[in-house]
Design a protein. Structure first.
Length: 176
């Protein structure tokens, strides 16, 4: 049976329940960083470090705006395409396979992926601790510049991106 976002959450809950209460806060921070790092990998692994940081900040901005946990924003239906089950792409399969190796341990197919994931973990830790600044100007939404110029969704009608970083246009002030 394929690994899913529910499996990620179940492994997290089971591990947290097995810990003493005083250790759970640090564990929760680590889990949030893992999910944010995986989302950066899935959404922006072909972007620069600034591009991955920007995607991570959309995750954080949504969590702040809605008062939700990082994973609920990332795994929410139709929000981050890397977590969507889509028969037209293999990105979700790749990311879930990668996530399974992260959470359960396993063989790394490409050492470069591991290095990139470590970088994303570092970025996520910096975002969550407030050390790294938000380059998106408070954006909670983004899309590729190719989609923006060819077939923009209705939610961007009449809006100007707050910033464009690499091949992503970021939008602030959009309720979700």
């Amino acid at each position: 049976m394929p690994f899913t976002t529910t499996d990620i959450q179940t492994l997290h809950v089971n591990a947290a329940l097995a810990m003493p209460a005083h250790e759970r806060r640090m564990f929760e921070h680590g889990y949030a960083a893992q999910v944010m790092a995986l989302t950066m990998m899935g959404e922006a692994r072909n972007q620069s470090i600034l591009g991955r940081l920007a995607v991570g900040w959309t995750v954080q901005n949504r969590a702040i705006q809605k008062g939700r946990a990082i994973d609920s924003g990332c795994f929410q239906r139709a929000q981050y395409s890397c977590w969507l089950r889509d028969p037209h792409t293999t990105n979700d399969e790749w990311l879930l396979g990668f996530a399974e190796r992260v959470f359960k341990g396993g063989h790394w197919d490409k050492p470069g992926d591991f290095v990139l994931f470590r970088e994303c973990q570092y970025l996520a830790g910096g975002i969550l601790s407030g050390v790294l600044r938000d380059p998106t100007r408070g954006s909670c939404h983004y899309l590729t510049t190719a989609l923006l110029s060819s077939k923009p969704p209705s939610w961007v009608a009449g809006r100007t991106p707050a910033v464009v970083i690499d091949s992503h246009a970021f939008f602030a002030g959009i309720a979700w």
